[in-house]
Design a protein around this ligand. Structure first.
Ligand code: NAG
Ligand code: NAG
Ligand code: NAG
Ligand code: NAG
Ligand code: NAG
Length: 287
C-alpha cells in the first residue's frame, strides 16, 4: 500500500534511568510508540521478521518526542502494559494486510484501549499515516471500504474542506503554510488504496467518527487525504509528511522543498504536543 523507502529501525531503548545534568530539568515526555510491521514479502536480506522505517522515528524525535518501538506478535497483556507506559501511538505506512496481519492485530488492541481510555478522560492520541490511515478506517468502520486509486507515486496539493481552518490539526498552522499545502504539490502520495469520499459518506460509522479536513482526486475518484476524529484525539493522513525531511529515494512523488519540510514539522509538532497533554486535562469526547 505505501512501502517505506529505506532504512530499518532496529532497537531503541528508552533511557529512563539517565539522570539529567546538574541543575537541568529534563522533561521526559512525551513517549510515542511506533508500531512495527511484518517485512515486505520476499525481503530475504531483512535482519529481523519485522521493521519500523527510520523516517517515522526521526519525524517524531525531530519534534521533541521520545520514541519506543512496539513489536508485533506480542500478547494482549504486554500491549496493555505498553499502552499505559506511553503517551501516544503512531501507525506508520507500509504494505501489510490491514485485516489479518500482526500489525493490524496490535493496532486493533491499541485502538480499543485508546477508545476506552479517552472515554474515561485519560487522553491518548493516535496518528495514522498512509497504511496507518487505512488501518484506522478499517478499525472504525469494522470493514475494509478502500478502493483502488492511481496515486502510487505523486505529490499533490491538498484540497482543504471548510472544516480545515478550525480543525485541531490545522488551526495553528501558519497561514502561508496552509497556502503552500493547498497550492503546491508537496504532499507525497504512495498508495494504491484510498478511502473515497463516496464510501466515507455512505458509511454511518466513519461519517459519525471522523471529520474530513482535506481531499484529493486521482482524476477519477475523490478520496480523503486528511481527517481527524470528532471526539477523540485521532488523526489520519493518507500522505507521507515524514518522507520530505527524512527519505532520499529519488522517485516521482518525493518532495524536499522548504514548504514540504515545514509541513512535515508542523504535523509532527502538533502530534507530539498532543502526546504531551496531561492526561486528565482534556477530553474531546465531551465536546
Ligand atoms: C509471528 O508469529 C508467527 C507464528 O507464531 C511467526 O510465523 C512469525 O515469524 C512471527 N513474526 C514475527 C515478526 O515475529
Ligand atoms: C512537554 O511538556 C513539558 C511540561 O509541560 C514542557 O516543559 C515541554 O516543553 C513539552 N515538550 C514538548 C515536546 O511539547
Ligand atoms: C466502496 O467500498 C467497497 C468495499 O466495501 C469497494 O469495493 C468499492 O470499490 C468502494 N467504492 C468506492 C467508490 O470507493
Ligand atoms: C500536481 O498536482 C496536480 C493535482 O492538483 C496533478 O494533476 C499533477 O500531476 C501534480 N504534478 C506533479 C508534478 O506531481
Ligand atoms: C481558511 O482561512 C483562510 C484565511 O485565513 C482563507 O483564505 C481560506 O479560504 C480558508 N479556507 C477554507 C477552506 O475555508
Amino acid at each position: 500500500m505505501c512501502p517505506p523507502a529505506a532504512a530499518v529501525f532496529a532497537v531503541l531503548t528508552a533511557c529512563v534511568a539517565c539522570a539529567p545534568g546538574r541543575g537541568q530539568q529534563l522533561n521526559y515526555r512525551p513517549i510515542i510508540g511506533v508500531l512495527a510491521q511484518e517485512n515486505l514479502p520476499g525481503d530475504q536480506s531483512a535482519p529481523a521478521p519485522s521493521y519500523i522505517a527510520a523516517s517515522y522515528v526521526k519525524y517524531l524525535e525531530g519534534a521533541g518526542a521520545r520514541v519506543v518501538p512496539i513489536r508485533i506478535n506480542r500478547t494482549e497483556e504486554e500491549y496493555t502494559k505498553i499502552f499505559y507506559s506511553i503517551n501516544g501511538l503512531l501507525l506508520p505506512g507500509g504494505d501489510v494486510d490491514i485485516q489479518t496481519s500482526q500489525f493490524s492485530r496490535a493496532a486493533r488492541i491499541f485502538y480499543n484501549l485508546a477508545l476506552k481510555a479517552n472515554d474515561a478522560g485519560d487522553f491518548f492520541p493516535i496518528w495514522g499515516t498512509c497504511q496507518g490511515f487505512q488501518q484506522l478506517s478499517v478499525l472504525t468502520a469494522n470493514k475494509n471500504l478502500l478502493t483502488l486509486t492511481d496515486t502510487k507515486s505523486v505529490a499533490l496539493p491538498l484540497t482543504f474542506t471548510a472544516a480545515a481552518n478550525s480543525s485541531r490539526l490545522f488551526q495553528s498552522f501558519p497561514k502561508d503554510l496552509m497556502q503552500s499545502l493547498s497550492e503546491e504539490n508537496i504532499t507525497a502520495n504512495f498508495h494504491s488504496w484510498s478511502l473515497s469520499v463516496q464510501n466515507y459518506t455512505r458509511n454511518y460509522k466513519l461519517k459519525k467518527f471522523y471529520r474530513v479536513l482535506s481531499t484529493n482526486n486521482d482524476g477519477v475518484k475523490e478520496f480523503i487525504s486528511t481527517m481527524e476524529a470528532k471526539h477523540f484525539p485521532f488523526y489520519a493522513v493518507q500522505w507521507h509528511p515524514e518522507k520530505s525531511p527524512f527519505e532520499w529515494i529519488d522517485k516521482p512523488g518525493m518532495v524536499h522543498t522548504t514548504s514540504a519540510v515545514r509541513a512535515s514539522f508542523y504535523t509532527a509538532s502538533f502530534f507530539v504536543s498532543e502526546g504531551n497533554v496531561t492526561h486528565t486535562l482534556m477530553t474531546y469526547h465531551m465536546f
